[in-house]
Each structure stands twice: as structure tokens, then as C-alpha cells.
Ligand binder design. Structure first.
Ligand SMILES: [Zn+2]
Length: 361
């Protein structure tokens, strides 16, 4: 019988049991089931521990505290409309960056005063100081991504050796954001400058050389056939990965786009619409923060072994004295822990998606 599994695309999973004597009854044994998985490409690990659903991992968002955080951070916000022009630096003036910045509707791009890479731009996404997950729109995201792409095109025109770019976002302090105002961060430089993307590229190249197929297209076709983690297709293929890097992780893969420079306006609309759907789902599930990254292959020339994709994870909620969701397991042992399986997340997300009104692309 022919296997559906393309060569080398391996979904490795290991079942383990952990047992102990019940504290309330010495005659009784407690047995906990665990599942350990490896990502088919990068081989990072995840431990699925369903018994954690009984433990409070994510406190319910404290709306009063969130309101206080929004109001107090508004006072001196450098991204709010009255401050952004005077408080932010600029790049050299050029036709692609008039005045050294990029304005795209409400999106406003400027250099990060405290860069973490050769190119590090910030995009203020909207004039509003705070936008809850429920109020995120396709428009906010598409304007911000389009501004980011214009910046990346500009860098490519002046410094074609800088080939590695990512578009990233932290939302609210429990997800690592130092500013409340919604913003993206574009990092750019050489391939050595981001170890994870360097590894993504190396592994994707190796996969292509071994199988003469693109890993990302094999992954989409495999997940489409298996159905249990595949979400929907809106010109971008959305799915919950087999071994996520974070809680409630969703990835969206552009089946035709190899580099940021190939993204069309329609592609941007599609990914923006998908991001909005995922963030609305997080809101419905009671989450209030996230991290997001959009990955690209080398900018030019585009490579056949990679496809652009976005990865979105939810993070700890805005709760007083919250327990950080990253501990030794993720930070030092390279393993994420999940209270529910990726398949269960996918099931909930598909259900949520059925009842939503979608923007036409
Ligand atoms: Zn602001």
C-alpha cells in the first residue's frame, strides 16, 4: 500500500506515562499520559500534557488592570499621533522613503532607536493607542505589512547583501512588548544574524536536496490530506502545526511566495485577513496577548526550497502577578508544553471560523 507520507516528512511522536501514588489513597495509583513530539523540519520538541487543563496556567484577563495599563501608557506614548513625528528617528530621505519614513494610511514606519539588528524598523500600526484582539482588522494588518514591505524593498535597493528579513510583533507586556501601542518590528540583516531562520533555511535546503521537493508544499499537501490540523485556505494555507513552538500556534503558508519581494497586495490582504481571524479566536478563548513572525526565504533571487509563512502564538494574559508562561522547559530545554493537543486547537478554530464573517479579498 502506498503511504500518504511524502519521504522525509516525519511526524514523530512518543507516548510516555508518569505514575505516582495518590495522596488521598495509598492503594491508588495516578497515571498521567504524556505525548512528546518533534517538529518534522526543525526537530524542536513539544510535550502535550492534558492533565494541565486542571491547573490554572493562564489567569483570566484582568480588564481593570488592562484599562489601567492602557491609560497610564497613553500619557507619554511616542507612537501616538501627537508625538510620533517629533519623537522618532528617520532614515535618509529617498523617493522610496520620503522624509526617511513610510506612511501608509495609519501605518507609520520609522527606525528603532534601540536596534537589535542591522536594520530594525518599527511600524506604528494604527493611530489608536490600544486595539483589543477583538477589534483587530484586516485593514490595520494589511496597511502595516505593506509599509513593512516597502521598507524591505528600499533596503534591498541600497543593500542587496542583506537578505534575511522577518516581520514581527509582540502584543502587550506579558508577550514581551515594552510599548502598548500596536506595532510591528522588522528585523533585517545577513543570514548569520538570526540563528533560527538560518536553520530554517538550511533544513529547507537539505529537504529539497534530498527529496527534490519543497518542504513547505509537502507540508501543506500532507496536512490537507490528514485534515485534523488543516484549517482553511484563503490564498494562504492555514494550519495548526504538529509540534508548535507556542500555545494556540497557527501557521499560514503562502504556497506561491518564496520571498517578501514576491508578495502581492492580494497576498497581503489574505494573510492580514487570516491573522485577524486567529486573533479574534484568541479573544474568544479568553487570551489577550500574542507573538507573531512572518518568515521569508532569501530576498533575491527567490529560492525554490522555501515559502513565506506566518507563525502566531498566544502568550500569558494581562493578569496581576501572572505566572510567566516561559520557564526552564522552553528557555533551557527547547520544549514547549501544551495542555491541549494541536488537533484539539484546530477543531476549535475551525468551529470558530464557521461562525465568522470574513472580509472578501
Ligand atoms: Zn500610543
Amino acid at each position: 500500500m502506498m503511504s500518504h507520507e511524502p519521504p522525509k516528512l516525519r511526524f514523530n511522536s512518543f507516548k510516555r506515562q508518569s505514575s505516582m501514588i495518590d495522596p488521598t489513597d495509598p492503594e491508588k495509583k495516578i497515571v498521567r499520559e504524556l505525548e512528546i513530539r518533534r517538529d518534522p523540519l526543525l526537530e524542536h520538541g513539544v510535550t502535550i500534557a492534558p492533565h494541565l487543563t486542571d491547573k490554572v496556567l493562564f489567569g483570566e484577563t484582568d480588564q481593570d488592570l488592562l484599562h489601567e495599563l492602557v491609560e497610564s501608557s497613553k500619557q507619554n506614548c511616542f507612537m501616538c499621533p501627537e508625538n510620533v513625528e517629533q519623537s522618532t528617528p528617520c532614515y535618509p530621505d529617498s523617493p522610496m522613503l520620503p522624509g526617511g519614513r513610510i506612511k501608509f494610511e495609519e501605518a507609520f514606519l520609522f527606525p528603532n532607536l534601540f536596534p537589535l539588528s542591522k536594520y530594525h524598523a518599527v511600524v506604528r500600526m494604527t493611530k489608536d493607542h490600544y486595539v483589543s484582539l477583538r477589534n483587530q482588522t484586516t485593514e490595520i494588518w494589511s496597511n502595516s505589512i505593506l509599509a513593512s514591505l516597502q521598507f524591505i524593498k528600499w533596503v534591498n535597493s541600497i543593500d542587496p547583501k542583506s537578505q534575511l528579513f522577518t516581520i514581527n510583533s509582540n502584543f502587550l507586556p506579558p508577550a514581551g512588548a515594552s510599548a502598548v501601542h500596536p506595532h510591528l518590528q522588522i528585523l533585517g540583516g545577513h543570514k548569520e544574524d538570526c540563528a533560527l531562520v538560518d536553520r530554517l533555511w538550511k533544513r529547507s535546503t537539505q529537504y529539497y536536496e534530498t527529496n527534490n521537493q519543497c518542504y513547505w508544499l509537502d507540508l501543506v499537501s500532507e496536512e490537507k490530506q490528514r485534515k485534523d490540523r488543516y484549517l482553511w485556505d484563503n490564498n494562504v494555507d492555514w494550519l495548526v502545526p504538529f509540534a508548535p513552538l507556542g500555545i494556540n500556534e497557527v501557521i499560514g503558508i503562502f504556497p506561491m511566495v518564496r520571498s517578501f519581494l514576491e508578495l502581492t497586495e492580494t497576498d497581503v490582504q489574505s494573510v492580514a485577513e487570516g491573522i485577524k481571524r486567529v486573533l479574534h479566536f484568541y479573544d474568544q478563548e479568553g487570551f489577550s496577548t500574542y507573538n507573531l513572525t512572518i518568515y521569508s526565504g532569501p530576498l533575491s533571487p527567490p529560492v525554490k526550497w522555501f515559502r513565506c509563512f506566518v507563525r502566531i502564538v498566544s502568550r500569558q494574559n494581562v493578569v496581576k502577578n501572572y505566572r510567566n508562561d516561559i520557564f526552564f522547559l522552553q528557555k533551557l530545554l527547547g520544549t514547549e508544553v501544551l495542555p491541549i493537543s494541536p488537533e484539539a486547537v484546530a477543531l476549535k478554530l475551525r468551529e470558530h471560523n464557521k461562525h465568522q464573517k470574513h472580509d472578501s479579498i
